[in-house]
Design a protein. Structure first.
Length: 361
């Protein structure tokens, strides 16, 4: 047997006998290190004649490559064995009770959870998020939205007014809806526009289903070809994804809003059997939102030509859809900061629903 074959056999045996990565590294150094046995053979090529190098060169280089391959394969095996041993030693006993501690007590508030859910869904539909101030001027909250001064429609909202400004006499308001954000967006951004506007709103009202502060999300699309069919499709896709049902029937009823024409209230199909509300089935209906085509006066008020562009908008109460989806009977505890209520209705961090339906995994 040649010197090269003998050396290869001994190195292969040493590699196979290595029982851990440290031993294997010692074999590598002894073979391929600066003064290793294979490296020493490679050094002899310089003193050989051309004819000898033609024979010995490929043989020695082949030895080096085969030894390196054997070392790599053995290292992978040793790493896998070490991992398996560690997993077997550190296996968790899933039958043990959960240890409650500060790191497990926190919960995501249902409002925050639902805002994250609807934001994820509308992001899948290509919508951006727009925000604005809670304290608004009369122009943004009313006038720009086709509520003329002294118009009876201004009485639709029980508004919180600030005292008149000492200089101008203007009375600021706590915004009664997030529609002022739509106005600001249309002023700052040229069409096409596709945004949702989630945020806090304020009205003088308080009972089981109303609070002085609550949350709304409104959507706005402005484009040259936007139409009611597009609006209907967007709302259907949202309801299917949010309520996690494969199909949902919707009913559009004529209504009135100063800022849209035509306007509609939207009901979705549901079942109320057993005291539970289930969507996508049954013979009953439940109102969840209002919508319509943006009134031409609103477009003119923000400098958009209604002869060139049109659009649609909708709005719904975030607190209301949270109550419907997660079975919460009273709106007031949402804002009472009761840790017991939040521990029951709050959420651990979860993946968010998508247009595919349900929570992603």
């Amino acid at each position: 047997m040649s010197e090269i074959a003998t050396l290869e056999n001994s190195l292969v045996e040493a590699i196979a006998a290595a029982h851990d990565e440290a031993t294997l590294e010692a074999v590598r150094i002894s073979a391929l290190g600066k003064k290793g046995s294979v490296s020493e053979l490679l050094k002899t090529l310089g003193s050989m004649t051309p004819d000898e190098r033609k024979v010995q060169g490929p043989a020695i280089n082949g030895l080096r490559d085969r030894v390196a391959t054997a070392l790599g394969e053995r290292k992978n095996i040793l790493q896998e064995e070490a991992l398996n041993a560690r997993l077997a030693q550190e296996r968790a006993d899933v039958t043990l009770p959960v240890q409650e501690g500060p790191q497990t007590r926190g919960r995501i508030h249902p409002i925050s959870q639902v805002i994250d859910e609807l934001t994820a869904i509308f992001a899948d539909l290509g919508f951006a998020i727009a925000e604005g101030p809670d304290v608004e001027s009369d122009f943004y909250n009313f006038t720009a939205l086709n509520f003329p001064e002294g118009h009876p429609a201004r009485e639709m909202h029980d508004t919180f007014f600030f005292p008149p400004d000492a200089t101008t006499g203007e009375r600021k308001v706590l915004r009664t809806h997030t529609s002022p954000v739509q106005v600001r967006t249309m002023q700052m951004q040229k069409p096409p526009i596709r945004v949702i506007c989630p945020g806090r709103t304020y009205r003088c009202d308080s009972d089981q289903t109303h609070t002085p502060m609550f949350h709304q999300v409104e959507g706005l699309v402005i484009d040259k070809t936007a139409n009611f069919g597009h609006l209907k499709w967007i709302l259907e896709e949202f309801c299917k994804a949010f309520f996690e049902v494969p199909n949902v029937k919707m009913r559009f009823r004529p209504s009135f809003f100063p800022f849209t024409e035509p306007s509609a209230e939207v009901d979705i199909q549901c079942s109320r059997k057993g005291g539970d509300i289930r969507f996508g089935e049954g013979d009953d209906w439940l109102e969840i939102l209002g919508c319509g085509m943006v009134h031409p006066n609103v477009l003119r008020n923000v400098g958009i030509d209604p002869d060139e562009y049109q659009g649609f908008a909708w709005g719904m109460g975030i607190d209301r859809i949270a109550m419907l989806k997660y079975g919460m009977p009273d709106l007031r505890p949402f804002f009472e900061a009761d840790v017991r209520w939040l521990s029951h209705y709050g959420f651990r961090p979860l993946d968010l629903p998508s247009l595919a339906g349900g929570l992603s995994v």
